[in-house]
Design a protein around this ligand. Structure first.
Ligand code: F6P
Length: 350
């Protein structure tokens, strides 16, 4: 058996752990030959690959990013000609299946290639933790750890100067990172995309805290918006396979500009950006990503093509890619953590 592996879309802590687990499981269990495709679908269309053997995936578990490189622009489904070229390349390499590790766009393309005759298995990845049928995505724990540390650090400046400190997290339209890191990092106010915030309420809390505690820490998800307002869009990018071309960013500055003239305290905003996506995965993410990779190898051996790895109620499973492509798992409004936050006096801006 000869299996191709690629990583598409943005990088994410744990990608190398998946590559390692897929490769070692396939070599160890069925003596498969594993081929790494470089820079996502770009490498598939341009015929760029390298062998993945036991030695080449050893020692990569701790490393962030992806040893294969990635791309979120290359789209074999851009035309019938490019789709045929990608499938023909896979045939020329003698691939029996392709394991595609990536986000929404990567999964949609995997599904499209499957329909054109290339057997595929998907491994979903994102720090945002917003994948349907995956209660925990690898990379999320690492991102939460990074944001938590940042919240702890800005607390020092907030306390010393008596300031309002705003920290903006990634997460797109889902508030998982902001919610969990906000709780772990002792934020006083947590603003999520799922709950439009009332700026007057945020102001009121900052004013109260100015009197009582001198400082306030606000953790805001990049997809948060004020009641009646819109998202803060930083830019639009080229995105393949129906992936979202909108890049959010800057909502912390927007809130700072609104709050500062209304308060006695100075207000500072920190946008963490890609710091949250970089670096070594946490032990939890290394284990989780290893499970995702191992499960992908099982799906290949069971010939469950067109399926994506899932995690529900702590168990690895799979689901047809087409059933989840394009769907997002956002924080439900009855999530127990929202309740707990409110009960310990953390404001959700509503
Ligand atoms: O989906 C992961 C993510 O890091 C989001 O949290 C963020 O909005 C986006 O990707 C940033 O994308 P890019 O790396 O293309 O700027």
């Amino acid at each position: 058996m000869r299996i191709g592996v690629l990583t598409g879309g943005g990088d994410c802590p744990g990608l190398n752990a998946v590559i390692r687990a897929v490769t070692k499981s396939l070599i160890g269990q069925c003596r498969a030959e594993v081929i790494g495709i470089e820079d996502g679908y770009a490498g598939l269309m341009e015929g760029r690959r390298r062998p993945l053997d036991w030695a080449s995936v050893s020692g990569i578990l701790f490393n962030g990013g992806t040893i294969l490189g990635t791309s979120n622009r290359a789209n074999p489904l851009a035309s019938e000609e490019t789709a045929e070229r990608a499938v023909a390349q896979a045939r020329a390499w003698g691939l029996d299946a392709l394991v595609a590790i990536g986000g929404d766009g990567t999964m949609s393309i995997a599904h499209g290639l499957m329909q054109r005759g290339l057997a595929t298995v998907g491994v979903p990845k994102t720090i945002d933790n917003d994948i349907e049928a995956c209660e925990r995505s690898f990379g999320f724990d690492t991102a939460v750890a990074t944001v938590t540390e940042a919240l702890e650090r800005v607390q020092t400046t907030g306390q010393s100067h008596g300031r309002v400190m705003i920290v903006e997290t990634m997460g797109r339209y889902a508030g998982w990172i902001a919610l969990e890191a906000g709780m772990a990092g002792a934020a006083d106010i947590i603003l999520l995309p799922e709950i439009d915030y009332d700026p007057e309420r945020v102001l009121e809390i900052c004013r109260e805290r100015e009197k009582r505690q001198r400082y306030t820490v606000i953790c805001i998800g990049e997809g948060a918006k004020p009641v009646g307002g819109t998202w803060t869009i930083e830019r639009r990018v080229e995105a393949s396979g129906g992936a979202d071309p909108i890049r959010l960013g800057g909502v912390a500055h927007r809130l700072r500009e609104w709050l500062e003239p209304r308060l006695d305290s100075e207000v500072r905003a920190t946008v963490l950006g890609h710091v949250q996506r970089g670096g070594s995965p946490t032990p939890f993410d290394r284990v989780l990503a290893t499970q995702y990779g191992n499960q992908a190898a099982q799906l290949v051996q069971q010939r469950r093509f067109g399926h994506m790895v899932t995690l529900t109620q702590g168990r690895m499973g799979s689901i047809e890619i087409e059933r989840v492509a394009g769907r997002q798992r956002r924080v439900p409004l009855d999530h127990p953590l929202l309740n707990a936050a409110r009960q310990i006096g953390v404001s959700l801006g509503d």
